[in-house]
Structures are given as C-alpha cells and as structure tokens.
Write a protein that binds this ligand. Structure first.
Ligand SMILES: Cc1cc2nc3c(=O)[nH]c(=O)nc-3n(C[C@H](O)[C@H](O)[C@H](O)COP(=O)(O)OP(=O)(O)OC[C@H]3O[C@@H](n4cnc5c(N)ncnc54)[C@H](O)[C@@H]3O)c2cc1C
Length: 293
C-alpha cells in the first residue's frame, strides 16, 4: 500500500502552538519535520495518524546552528544538508561532515532534519551515533516547560525516546572542549544505504596523553550505544595502535548485533572492532592536522 490513510494537516505557527495542538489532539496527532521517515511508514500503513502538525515554518525557533562559548546549539529543524555544509561544525566537529556525507542521498539530506533523525530513534541512525559520541544533550519542550536530557536518557528503546506525547525536541547542545577532534566510519552495502555498522569517535588530548575519549556505535544494538568502558580504557594513555586495538576489542564484545539481511552478528562485531580503531586513529590524527584528514 503506497498511499497513506487520510489525515488532517496543520502548519504550526510557533513551537508553543504546536505543543498546544499535540496536547489537545493526543495520540492521534504527530509532528512532521522532513517527513522522510514518517511518510514512508504512513504509506506502508505501519503508522496511522489522524493529524499531522507540520513544523517546517518554525525555522526561526528551531533551524539554527549557533556557536557560543562552551557549546554549539543546533535547532531540531536543522537539515542534513545544513549540518554537512556548516563551516563552524566542520571545524569543531568534523564527525558531522563524515557522517552526513554517507547519510542517504541529496534528496533526503535536503529535507531530513536533526530532530526527526533523533526522534525516529532507528538503531541504525547515523546522527544518533554522532550525538552520543559528542556527549550531546537534548532540549525537550512540552506543556510543563523545558527539560534537558542526556543521550542515554533520550533513548528509551528502538524507535522510542524520552519525548512525551505532547512534547517537541527543540534543540541539541554539543559541549565544546579544547584540544579535541572526532571522526566517523561507516560500512554500508551500497552508497547512501543505512549502516551495516558505524562507529564514531571523539578524542581530547592533554599534551601527549588522551584526556578523554568517547565512542558511539550504530546498528549494533537496540539504540546507538555509548561505550563508557572504552572511555575508561583510553583516559590517561598515549595514543597507539595497541591502544586503538584494545578499544576495538571492547567495542566488539560490548555491542549487541543481530544477524539480518545486512550481515551476520559475527561480521558486525568484526566491523565494530575495525571501525572503532579507524575512527579513533583519524580523530587523533585530526587533532594534529585539523583540516581534511
Ligand atoms: C531513502 C532513505 C535513506 C536513508 N538513509 C539514511 C542513512 O543512511 N542514515 C541515516 O541516519 N538516516 C537515513 N535516512 C533517514 C533520514 O535521515 C531521515 O531524514 C530521518 O530519519 C528523519 O528525519 P525527518 O526530519 O525526515 O523526520 P520525520 O520523518 O518528519 O519524522 C520522524 C519522526 O520524528 C518525529 N519528529 C520529527 N521532528 C520532531 C521534533 N522536533 N520533536 C519531536 N518529534 C519529532 C516525527 O513525529 C516522526 O515520528 C534515510 C531515509 C530515506 C528515506
């Protein structure tokens, strides 16, 4: 079935008005942003909603990328293409450009949003792995006001987030820390496909040793997974191939892949290992040579 069931449609005029509509209409209503995940599900009749509330006119409130002391704030309506093309993001977090280059195709990237990607909570979602890697936090607004949650709190399960029925994800915050860089590695079956496995890494140095590091994997568990054990193993150590191999081994044994049409669980564990090593290697190399490694 390639046609969605009939629905009512309203364009929100402000975040608060959209929240009011969600509150009034309850479970029968859904936010639509880029529509690249929601509409295919509705066309396949995997999801049916009586009302769609379009938030695409709320670019002033939710379409920004703002660099300020200590953090970058990105509105939930920022589109994939804007994340890919932002000079400030590339300089602060090259992991975004790595990931965005391999998300879908230009048609999807022109329309799909950061907020839609996170709220869809697909375990293979690339931006979720990026946000986990960068220790982002999510600003959620609802009738009772605003709250901020970590990525770990944000993901409740596959396709399930902490965003309540009458709430909207408005913004994502990314802490800026000195002497760091980041990278993203993905294996897909063909260009623009969802990940078989992907791994993001962020590293911050203190002189010759790693002050802190984070790794986030996608497509190997119910949600994108942060791996604190890797951070623990890397802190205070000098970067080396042996250290990256240790981190890769932790990634392989900590993740929970399943065998599916994209590959066997064993193959995915191998990828988690190899891609984690590569992402860490590139993140560290970029600290010395920021542009284009
Ligand atoms: C052909 C194709 C290939 C793709 N390949 C990839 C890929 O390789 N990697 C990848 O990571 N992604 C991929 N995607 C997904 C793409 O990134 C989508 O843009 C993204 O999943 C959803 O973003 P959206 O803005 O279109 O969300 P929508 O489809 O509009 O919404 C998705 C869900 O999020 C909710 N929602 C949206 N915004 C908000 C908000 N601000 N607050 C609360 N709820 C909200 C909606 O109600 C809906 O439930 C692909 C999609 C397609 C169609």
């Amino acid at each position: 079935m390639q046609v969605p069931a009939p629905f009512e449609y309203e364009r929100a005029t402000s975040v608060d008005q959209a929240i009011g509509l969600l509150d009034r209409l309850g479970d029968t209503a859904r936010i639509i942003a880029g529509g690249h995940s929601l509409l295919p599900m509705m066309k396949l009749r995997l999801a049916n909603f009586e009302y769609l509330i379009d938030i695409n006119d709320l670019r002033d409130e939710m379409g920004h990328i703002i660099v300020e002391p200590g953090q970058i704030r990105i509105g939930a309506l920022a589109r994939h293409r804007e994340l890919l093309e932002s000079r400030e993001l590339l300089e602060a977090f090259p992991i975004f450009a790595d990931a965005e280059r391999v998300i879908a195709d230009p048609v999807v990237r022109n329309r799909g949003t950061l907020g839609g990607s996170l709220c869809q909570a697909d375990p293979s979602e690339d931006l979720s792995a990026v946000c986990t890697t960068l220790d982002a936090s999510c600003v959620i607004r609802g009738p009772a006001g605003e709250r901020v949650v970590t990525m770990t709190e944000f993901y409740v399960g596959p396709y399930e987030t902490a965003v309540g029925p009458a709430e909207i994800l408005t913004e994502v915050h990314f802490p800026l820390r000195p002497n760091g860089s980041s990278a993203y590695e993905k294996v897909d079956r063909r260009a623009g496909d969802w990940a078989v496995v992907s791994s993001g890494a962020a590293v911050w140095m203190d002189g010759d040793v790693i002050a802190d590091a984070r790794v986030g994997l996608a497509a190997v568990g119910p949600n994108t997974t942060g791996l604190p054990e890797i951070s623990h193993a890397l802190r205070g150590q000098a970067p080396s191939e042996e250290l990256f191999a240790r981190a890769g081994a932790i990634a392989a044994r900590s993740c929970r892949p399943v065998t599916d049409q994209r590959g066997s669980a064993e193959y995915k564990r191998h990828l988690a290992d190899e891609l984690t090593r590569r992402a860490l290697r590139r993140a560290v190399a970029r600290i010395a040579t920021p542009a284009g490694v």
